[in-house]
Design a protein. Structure first.
Length: 388
């Protein structure tokens, strides 16, 4: 493995084709995202002797934290050819791509991965864990009827409605317009619907596909579920229940529903099952920018003297002063709150409550400070319902 590894932008069609091949082998399935995201994403590949041996891509989006969208670079399709794993190639590709994201103005970087330890060493930390919920389709048919009609297609105003709902959680993307065409292309097999009232105002968005099961019938795989309120949610649940003559189970794909979905309060019996999935992780690319651009809990005021530790850098001290939802950051302070860069990202995402903060490894946080930190983020728990 003494050959020189060169990290570069894809140079020509052959580089793209080889990147697709490496990704398809790494994930043991055809990788269609590379072609779909090629015009929207930043891409880096590792080249050895004129052959692509690794690659990664990332696209720019807003990501909601505290009801405000911060500039995010969403990392995806990180892969390395089998012969080059364990030689630091992926790190070189990701580092180059992170540099591109910073230059493009991204201040946070989310990703999905089961390889938690690898990305933790590189500065990411767990911000939330996806769940896959399943329910017998017949249970949804028992819910009370609600006014409104479910109509095929995304519908005018549905994108704005979805973003308006998403901003109340820590982690959802402010999806770019091209997202829907990407996820709901004809090749995807997925269908989109929206729930409207009599005045044609959208109140919910639903996306799903049908998956055949043996010996007959199918299951429903829900990829988007957005409801303005409980009545709209019941309308969408009942619509799924209409498939009851052929469908057996409705599966809400990993991350589509939050950890405690409204579904649990609607069912007459607890007939939903929960299946764990791997987590999403977050890295703050620009700490000061991330802290000032995030929204914070209204009515909460306080100061945090942070000391941020990064294995590759000297500890950095920052003073974070928050007043009624907005923040100011300055250099210095006492460094009373010691956090790794990963721990800072996890707290930033709302994944750490007061008790969690008190028990962080390598950090000593007083009770009052831990309570303030939990109050500032709302401690809702990070939720990323967007698969990429």
């Amino acid at each position: 493995m003494s050959s020189t590894v060169v990290v570069a932008l894809p140079r020509h069609e052959q580089d793209w084709a080889q990147y697709v091949q490496v990704a398809s082998e790494a994930f043991a399935q055809p990788c269609t995202d590379i072609a779909a995201l090629r015009t929207e994403a930043l891409t880096r590949v590792a080249i050895v002797d004129d052959e692509v041996v690794a690659g990664a891509m990332a696209f720019l989006s807003g990501q909601f934290f505290g009801r405000r969208a911060v500039r995010a670079g969403c990392l995806s399709t990180v892969c390395v050819g089998a012969a080059w794993r364990g030689h630091g190639v992926a790190r070189k590709v990701v580092d180059a791509l992170v540099g591109d994201l910073r230059a493009a103005g991204a201040i946070v970087c989310p990703l999905w991965t089961p390889a938690v330890g690898v990305y933790r060493r590189w500065g990411w930390e767990i911000a939330g864990v996806a769940q896959r919920w399943s329910v017998d389709v017949r249970s949804l048919r028992t819910l009370p009827a609600e006014p409104g009609e479910v109509v095929s297609g995304l519908g005018e105003g549905s994108q704005s409605l979805r973003n308006a709902i998403a901003r109340y959680s820590n982690g959802p993307l402010e999806r770019p317009e091209w997202w829907w065409e990407w996820k709901y292309s004809k090749e995807s097999g997925r269908s989109l619907y929206h729930l409207v009232t009599r005045d044609n105002r959208p109140r919910g968005v639903l996306g799903y596909r049908m998956q055949p099961v043996e010996p007959w019938g199918y299951d429903l795989l829900v990829s988007d579920f957005w409801a303005e309120d409980a009545a709209a949610a019941r309308g969408l649940y009942r619509f799924l229940g209409r498939h009851g003559s052929q469908a057996r189970t409705v599966h809400f794909e990993p991350g589509v529903l939050p950890a405690l979905p409204s579904l649990l309060w609607e069912l007459p019996q607890h007939e939903a099952s929960q299946h764990g999935w791997y987590p999403w992780m977050l890295r703050l690319l620009d700490v000061s920018g991330a802290l000032t651009q995030r929204g914070w809990a209204a009515g909460v005021h306080g100061r945090l003297d942070l000391e941020i530790h990064d294995a590759a850098k000297q500890p950095r001290r920052l003073v974070l002063e928050v007043s009624d939802g907005t923040a100011a950051v300055s250099e210095g302070g006492t460094g009373a709150v010691r956090l790794s860069s990963g721990q800072l990202a996890s707290w930033y995402a709302g994944a750490l409550g007061a008790h969690d903060l008190k028990n962080l490894s390598g950090s000593v946080i007083q009770d009052a400070t831990a309570s303030l930190m939990a109050a500032l983020t709302g401690a809702h728990g990070g939720w990323l319902p967007d698969a990429f």
